[in-house]
Design a protein. Structure first.
Length: 137
């Protein structure tokens, strides 16, 4: 399942992601992973979640992000949730390329068992229409 937390800067996306991550850690019997650009969430995310700095792995495009996420899911069948903060800072501001990432992730077998949540810093109207069904209201 893919869900998008969409809003302009300062709208509370990261706070929502932190809350959702910590709730997932408390409820999940598997592993929870949180990806971010830089280590800003170290003290906000439960120590039981795996916090990963995408800069350390040179994840700097949507293709690289897809490969990283696919590798995580292929290598660990116990992952139940993956949260990605600042998605457009990681992959770029190309909304169509982001939609392509979502399309590719939906085709992975693990996508049926892993909840993927992305924060996207833009107005929902800027995203391709096909992503509308994934936006959290």
């Amino acid at each position: 399942m893919i869900r998008l937390i969409v809003g302009n800067k300062g709208s509370g996306k990261t706070k929502t992601l932190i809350r959702m991550t910590n709730e997932a850690v408390a409820a999940s019997s598997g592993n929870v992973v949180c990806l971010e650009k830089g280590l800003k969430l170290t003290y906000d995310i439960s120590h039981k979640a795996r916090l990963v700095d995408t800069d350390e792995y040179e994840v700097d495009s949507f293709d690289a992000l897809f490969g990283f996420l696919a590798g995580l899911m292929a290598g660990n069948y116990d992952i139940t949730h993956i949260f990605v903060d600042a998605t457009l800072k990681i992959g770029g501001r190309d909304y169509e390329a982001f939609a392509g990432l979502v399309d590719r992730l939906l085709k992975l077998p693990a996508a049926a068992h892993v909840e993927l949540v992305f924060t996207v810093s833009c107005d929902a109207s800027e995203l391709p229409e096909r992503l509308g069904e994934y936006i959290l209201k």
